[in-house]
Design a protein around this ligand. Sequence first.
Ligand SMILES: [Zn+2]
Length: 366
Amino acid sequence: MSDAFLSHSDAALLNRNLVLRYIRSQGRVSRTDIWKSMAISRASVTMIVRQMQESGLITEVPAPRSEARRRGKGRSVSRYLCLNEGSRLMYIFEWGSRTLCLVNLGASILDSLQLSFPPNCMPLGFAQVVLQGIGELRKKHPVDPEALLGLGLVMPGLIDSRSQTVLHSVELGWRNVDMCSLFQTAFGNNIFLERTSHMIALGEFEFGMARTFNHILLVLMENEGIGASVVVRGDCQHGHNYMHGELGHIKLPEDVPCSCGQRGCLEAVVRYHLMRNGNQVDDALLDYYSMAISTAVNLYDPGIVLLSGRLVRNLGTENRDLLIERIRCRVTDGHLRDLTFGICREETHMGIRGMSAHIFNHHFAV
Ligand SMILES: [Zn+2]
């Protein structure tokens, strides 16, 4: 925007998005709830609601009988507004689980497909497999182009989510891959790319364990690498170079070469120890993890630390408790500060649901 003032149509769109987000966050609301809790006039609420009903974004549902009775006949709020979850759809692919999903506006997975890629898959081949998968899902669930919000890609590595570029991924073996150019024919500009740990963290904030927390630190621990994500009031932190949370390259006193060209990086040390111990996490590794994670806690001061990834899921309760205890011991005032720990579960598909929130936030930005 060229000046500091919102045009009339910008303001109208902003109000619509504010109301839509309010309805989504509350589940179901009455018109009175909207104008009472938001600084929008009654007349505007009526207009916004009518427009959103016409475009199918929201729908009216009858109030439960008990509630209608309680409020009394005549002045009862007999109808509520709620998000019309099926009115908009999106395709989301997550590299970690190799899953392609058809997802609705309410972050529900309507259908999914497991994709398989050839080893050392290059970008063009990758796009081909994903597009084929979308074709298969489309056969079962035809999607009206008007209802399609886009394609979300949840990928590992360094990612520039503004230009939709995979800057560098050791796991994929890619450098500077522009995902827009790969999918533009099918999706135009509605292509969304984000890194796995960011999307799991956002999913946990929107729908999961971290709903009541404004400061979230998520640590993704996989055999291939380790990454951290910070979400502040619903915003994923990216950093100046999209290198925020590169916890895997914290230096440890071990002389092991890393894929980044340096030595002693946590990620490289983990890989070296796992290789030597038949993929078992030994005591030294638990210690290294606790050093890295406690450093991140000291830096960001989160209210909740979410531990995610295959490696942490395979730890077993005893080692997991030990890891958390060691983190607490290393953090400043670790046993006094208000700090919660949570273990992310795989079956909640938070990476995919987080991406659906990311796409929602883009289309209905405030
Ligand atoms: Zn490194």
